[in-house]
Design a protein around this ligand. Structure first.
Ligand code: ZN
Length: 273
């Protein structure tokens, strides 16, 4: 396994030169400086925000005594509105997670009441179904923060594509993060199915078929599975990036599509594509 670079290291203090900002500017069609806030355009977003503000005022009225001061910070934390801001927030959350400094944001009574009137998530996370990689936990986010889409091996089908598109096109979310992970069972199954030539039961073969183009043929054993995990993240990333509606948003600087990998061993998320 290649040595992972943390996407951001503000908490860990490891001195890594990589940051989400830097990495984002490398792969984005537009230079980092060209990224502009997504809320400068869509009227729908303004409407959503207005509804949320109204609900926040109502929520404040419903807050009960002693609970209010302790939860005020999370209730009013700024929402990322650009790809860069969204990446920074995910990186910061992952840094909290892997150093056991979670804030568990956006779980309060007030937040739950605010969210009744609408949602305003700032990132789509397309991840694997693996029980060890729940996006809200590994990025230390709460209710209304992430639109999560999960399928085994983060495999795309029409329902998954439609779900991602809904987040980007209808909710104006500025970031899609494809999240693969170390020791992915779906990837292992696909590799082993190809090696054995045996069909997997029922609909599981569909998953293997989707992962198959990513299978690495330059390595063997666990190294092959590990390399295929990375290649599969890139495959899914590239397929999303080729979607015309999403590509147009990327070109306009309103969206970033990022491929990343979660390491079970140290809980670090680092960028792959
Ligand atoms: Zn997996």
């Amino acid at each position: 396994m290649s040595s992972p670079h943390p996407v951001h290291d503000s908490v860990g203090g490891g001195g890594c030169s990589h940051s989400w900002t830097y990495v984002l500017s490398v792969n984005s069609d537009a230079p980092a400086g060209a990224l502009r806030p997504t809320d400068s355009k869509p009227a729908r977003r303004s409407l959503l925000r207005g509804a949320l503000t109204g609900a926040a005022a109502l929520g404040a009225g419903l807050a009960v005594g002693a609970a209010a001061p302790a939860t005020a910070a999370t209730n009013h934390r700024p929402r990322p509105t650009t790809p860069d801001e969204a990446l920074r927030e995910l990186a910061a959350g992952n840094a909290r997670w892997r150093t056991f400094r979670e804030k568990h944001p956006d779980e309060t009574h007030r937040v739950r009441q605010e969210l009744v009137s609408g949602q305003h998530p700032f990132a789509v996370v397309l991840g694997c179904i693996d029980s060890r990689v729940p996006p809200e936990l590994v990025f230390d986010q709460g209710l209304g923060d992430l639109l999560t889409v999960r399928s085994a091996g983060e495999v795309l089908d029409e329902a998954v594509l439609g779900s991602v598109a809904y987040g980007v096109l209808e909710l104006d979310i500025p970031l899609v993060l494809v999240l693969g992970h170390q020791s992915c069972g779906a990837v292992r199954a696909a590799v082993e199915a190809e090696e054995s030539g045996e069909k997997l039961p029922a609909h599981i073969q569909y998953l293997a078929d989707q992962i198959a183009p990513a299978i690495d043929h330059t390595t063997e054993g666990d190294a092959r599975i590990d390399a295929t995990i990375d290649a599969n993240i890139r495959l899914v990333h590239d397929r999303l990036a080729a979607e015309p509606d999403l590509a147009a948003k990327v070109s306009a600087g309103e969206l970033a599509i990022v491929g990343a990998r979660y390491e079970l061993t140290n809980q670090l998320v680092h960028r792959i594509a």
